[in-house]
Design a protein around this ligand. Sequence first.
Ligand SMILES: Cc1cc2nc3c(=O)[nH]c(=O)nc-3n(C[C@H](O)[C@H](O)[C@H](O)COP(=O)(O)O)c2cc1C
Length: 401
Amino acid sequence: MQLKNINIILGITGGIAAYKTPDLVRKLVAKGANVRVVMTDSAKEFVSPLALQAVSGNPVSDNLLDKDAEAAMGHIELARWADMLLVAPATANFMAKLTYGLADDLLSTLCLATPAPIYIAPAMNQQMWFADATQANLKILAQRKIQFLGPAQGEQACGDVGPGRMLEPQEIADLLVPESLEQLLAGKRITITAGPTREEIDPVRYLSNHSSGKMGYALATAAQELGATVTLISGPVNLQPPALIKTVSVINAQQMHDAVMQTTDTCDIFVGCAAVADYRVQQKTEQKIKKSDSELTLTFIKNPDILSDVAHLANAPFTLGFAAETQNLREYALDKLQRKKLNMIAANDVSDSTIGFNSEQNALNVFWSKGEKKLEVADKQLLARQLMQLVAQRYIEDTND
Ligand SMILES: Cc1cc2nc3c(=O)[nH]c(=O)nc-3n(C[C@H](O)[C@H](O)[C@H](O)COP(=O)(O)O)c2cc1C
């Protein structure tokens, strides 16, 4: 059980998703955790403390200045008891309080007083999520050791569609990883590529693809959680570089190739998650191409094959590639595994528009020479953790062979 004997404070704030928290408590308890619930005043308008007391098996705390509660388990004692503090759902208001270190109720005080890692599962209307203030707070909190779980995309209680939904209770429970998680990749160096590449045609135009970089960024964080030292080499994306991970920004395939090759001497594992353009225009024009003839012909030449070049090195690192396919997934993936001399390949079906490129979710079929595993549809953070654990296990077995 992933959370066996782990003490978790579940902080519930006043968002509509609070109605899902009794289920969240049950999922945490099912994983072996001891859960103590702390609620804000607003949260109690959305879900009953009695229900949470019943499912957690512990009294619910809500008042910082309550003499009796302080005599039983005071706020500092509670803060020290926790191995993890999870705020789910976290309102925009609570994120703002956390950013500025306010301590005007029990939950915000505990966040300052606990040495335990803090996890935040935001839940709010998409407009509130995109508000400049919320985004600025998010940046500050992410730079601290606060880990964000979600939010997910989709239809919201208010009828809007967009990011801001709380992750489902099972996804949140699966994403909580105790600090004591085996550091399978301690001391190992990993290079990960992410995002698309952009191949310039003229000074204003380029060819690219729909890759958002989310999977590669999630893999970088997952590898770091397992103890690895990560270099993330990223094409142009709209994502914040993960805190404490060395991130190298590149534009085109040749630059990505060169940046990767600079790391291979010291790299134990290489994960090629970027959607690298196979071709670039032979001659980028110095001036903008004018609209003149009815047809325009461009000649393309092949870009270097980063995955294959890394995997064919004399002292090649353990190499994981990705295959985005629209048909014959298994056949194409196995062919790519052999042809490029990869150790593993993770294939996803991009014909399904609800997962993969530009989506919050993904599903993968992972193949290696002696086996395969299907990772079912899940949030990309969760999937990245499952995949990195599989990579670490395969890497350890291969190097012990
Ligand atoms: C019906 C209703 C639903 C709400 N849902 C949310 C929500 O999902 N996310 C959010 O950030 N605020 C939501 N709010 C606003 C918060 O309840 C409000 O900002 C409150 O001050 C939060 O207090 P707390 O952060 O101390 O729990 C909602 C308000 C109402 C009336």
